[in-house]
Structures are given as structure tokens and as C-alpha cells.
Design a protein around this ligand. Structure first.
Ligand code: DX5
Ligand code: ZN
Length: 216
């Protein structure tokens, strides 16, 4: 079954509680929370206190996407703040530290995940495949909502789906960036089972109909 994770980067931050409480009734499965540090990506979003505040009111699991340098410094604190899935980028540190960070996340009882930017080859996930509950393939350059979907990520997605089925079948495969019903369908055909949608979800006149269209 396809899961939908609206990215609150495109929510109304003044009315964040209202927007988050509306996700479940609209049929969403996770709350996708984008954390940016202004170094790993050229944008700054939200951090630990906001994640902790969201956790208090969200009926849905928090899918926290860390776009920060050397995430090993912060993963335990994001687990404590309430992440249910915690994603770090393979490009953000050495292989050794990425592995250690994933182990810290798992030790905290949180689902560990890695993400790859568009220019990063599929092979970069291989050393971490068995440690992960989810792999996130970026379908835009991380940093901003509202960008155009990169169709050329589909071979990478398809390749990673093959490895997941062979080596860690319980692992979820998520895409993030430019997802709408048409691009979401292409991602599902290439093996994704979790679709992040930011601007398209929050701009939809009828979010429940939008979620149904993504799942159809
Ligand atoms: C981008 C973020 C995304 C973003 C997606 O760096 O990771 O989660 O909110 O936005 P859309 O769906 O508008 O491309
Ligand atoms: Zn994201």
C-alpha cells in the first residue's frame, strides 16, 4: 500500500497545529518534517523545539528528514524530540560516521533511514541497506519546496527497489520532490511506496482528493 507523507515545509507555519491535525482526516500516513541547517543545503527551516512541539499534537508518525552536515551530532536529540523515522543524508559525513549515526538512531528505538541527493549514485546506499527501515531518493535538489520533478531519478529508484527486495524486504522506499499524481504514479511504478508531497498537497483545493489521487 502506498503511504503519503505531506511535507510541512509548505504548511502555514502560523497555523501549523491546524494544518497538522488536518493531515490524518485527509488520509495522510506520515508527517514529513524537513530540517535544514543552511550548510548542507542553502536554506534554514526548523529544528529541535519545533519537532518536539509537533510531536505533542501529531496523531501521525513523524518522518523527520535531516538536511544537515554531520548529523551524528544531533540524531539522539531528534530521536528524543519525537522522530518516528529519522533520515540522514549519505553525503553529510563519512561512511563510518553515517553507520554510527544509523546505529544510534536504531539504539534509540527509532526507524533509521538514509537519503541520496540527485547526483549521488544508487550504490551509495549499499553499505547501509541492512541498517535502514527506509531509503529516501530525492527527486529534486534538497533545500526548497516547489521544484520540478527529476524524471531521470527513476532508474536509480528502480535499482534500489531491486536491492531492497533482495536484501531488506521490510525497508520502505520513499521519494521527495515534485510529487503530484502523475509523477507519484511513475515513482510507484519504479518501486516507491512512500510519497512525500509538499507544495502540491498544501496548494490542493481538496487535500483528501489529492491524497486519494496519489494512492489511486
Ligand atoms: C526539499 C524537501 C521536500 C520539500 C518537497 O528539500 O526535502 O520535502 O518540502 O516539496 P515539493 O513537494 O513542493 O517538491
Ligand atoms: Zn524532505
Amino acid at each position: 500500500m502506498t503511504k503519503i507523507a505531506p511535507s510541512i515545509l509548505s504548511a502555514d507555519f502560523v497555523n501549523l497545529e491546524r494544518d497538522i491535525r488536518a493531515l490524518g482526516p485527509a488520509g495522510a500516513d506520515y508527517v514529513h518534517v524537513d530540517v535544514m541547517d543552511g550548510h548542507f543545503v542553502p536554506n534554514i527551516s526548523i529544528g529541535l523545539p519545533v519537532v518536539a512541539a509537533i510531536k505533542k499534537i501529531s496523531p501521525l508518525p513523524l518522518d523527520v528528514h535531516l538536511m544537515i552536515d554531520r548529523p551524528i551530532r544531533y540524531v539522539e536529540r531528534f530521536c528524543q524530540a519525537g522522530a518516528d523515522i529519522l533520515t540522514i543524508h549519505v553525503e553529510a559525513d563519512t561512511e563510518e560516521n553515517t553507520r554510527k549515526a544509523l546505529e544510534l538512531i536504531r539504539a534509540a528505538g527509532v526507524r533509521a533511514a538514509i537519503s541520496v541527493k540527485p547526483k549521488t549514485p544508487a550504490e551509495a546506499v549499499l553499505p547501509f541497506l541492512e541498517l535502514c527501515s527506509l531509503i529516501l531518493v530525492m527527486t529534486v535538489e534538497p533545500g526548497f519546496g516547489g521544484q520540478s520533478f527529476m524524471y531521470d531519478m527513476m532508474p536509480k529508484l528502480h535499482t534500489i527497489r531491486g536491492w531492497i527486495d533482495e536484501r531488506n524486504p521490510g525497508c520502505e522506499l520513499e521519494v521527495d520532490g515534485g510529487i503530484k499524481p502523475d509523477t507519484g504514479k511513475i515513482c510507484r511504478d519504479n518501486g516507491a511506496n512512500v510519497l512525500v508531497a509538499g507544495s502540491a498537497y498544501f496548494n490542493a483545493a481538496d487535500p483528501a482528493a489529492f491524497v486519494r489521487a496519489l494512492k489511486a
